[in-house]
Design a protein around this ligand. Structure first.
Ligand code: B1M
Length: 211
């Protein structure tokens, strides 16, 4: 019988090998892939997010736990696709032009993927024009921009302006985050929301897409 509690703990304990092993045996037993995600992996990464907020876990632990999560998720991704798994929505995320900080963005991506979103990582140093190109190609429901440098915040405003100029603004929700950004700034530049941290970003996307 699949041990969901042990699988959840393998994510919390940052143990990718154990996470893979337990996921493989659950798959072999015929457990539905979505049950594995919803009953073990997401609850596990949720605990990690909470520990991070409570200063019980720090960055290295979050990155290791995200690795365990991703390793297990990779085992079931083909099964999810076969099972006709429908992502909750499509999200495009990047760190804005001039800014190479990507640790926070990567955590947001891991939690969004864990929560069932198809996420496209635009990487770092992404210009307003590049965001527009990617929105045209990928047709995301949500565009997320991350910035940690006060000098790069303006790129968020420019990207929203470029999206409007290209006639794409109404087709996507725009969210922003990163330690130099706040809700007032998000509102001022016409974003649809601000995520204070990765778990809040997931809740925000859920809210905006009403899922
Ligand atoms: Co840099 N850096 N850094 N740095 N760096 C900061 C940001 C800084 C505050 C340090 C300081 O001076 N105290 C400062 C910025 C000052 C400012 O403008 N306000 C700074 C600076 C100045 C610089 C350089 C200019 C230094 C230099 O070269 N002179 C340079 C810039 C390079 C560039 O980007 N062009 C630089 C370089 C670097 C490193 C390469 C060494 C490294 C980055 C490694 C990497 O990312 N791959 C680095 C690091 C590690 C930091 C600090 C120490 C840590 C950042 C981090 O990863 N935090 C940082 C100081 C600090 O924050 N204590 C600092 C952990 C991460 C989990 O948090 O990214 O905030 P964070 O993400 C959170 C939330 O913000 C939110 O969720 C995440 C998870 O909870 N979130 C989102 C983030 N994006 C989101 C998007 C969303 C929603 C939520 O929706 C789309």
């Amino acid at each position: 019988m699949a041990d969901f509690e042990a699988l959840k703990n393998s994510v919390i304990d940052m143990d990718p090998d154990r996470a893979v092993e337990l996921t493989q045996s659950a798959v072999a037993e015929g457990v539905a892939p979505l049950d594995i995600v919803n009953t073990a992996l997401i609850p596990g990464i949720d605990v990690v997010g909470q520990k991070f907020r409570d200063f019980e876990y720090f960055l290295p632990e979050v990155i290791m736990a995200a690795k365990a999560f991703k390793a297990a998720f990779e085992v079931i991704l083909p099964q999810l696709n076969e099972a006709g798994y429908e992502p909750k929505g499509r999200v495009l995320i990047g760190t804005v032009s001039g800014d190479n900080h990507d640790i926070g963005k990567n955590i947001v991506i891991a939690l969004l993927q864990g929560s069932g979103y198809e996420v496209h990582d635009a990487g770092v140093d992404v210009s307003a024009q590049r965001f527009v190109e990617l929105v045209r190609d990928i047709k995301p429901h949500v565009v997320g921009m991350s910035a940690l440098l006060t000098t790069t915040m303006a790129v968020m405003r420019d990207t929203i302006a470029e999206l409007s100029g290209a006639g794409l603004r109404d087709s996507v929700k725009v969210i922003v985050g990163g330690s130099c950004v706040n809700p007032e700034f998000a509102q001022k530049i016409g974003a649809d929301g601000y995520g204070e941290d990765a778990s809040e970003a997931v809740k925000l996307v859920d809210r905006l897409l009403a899922v």
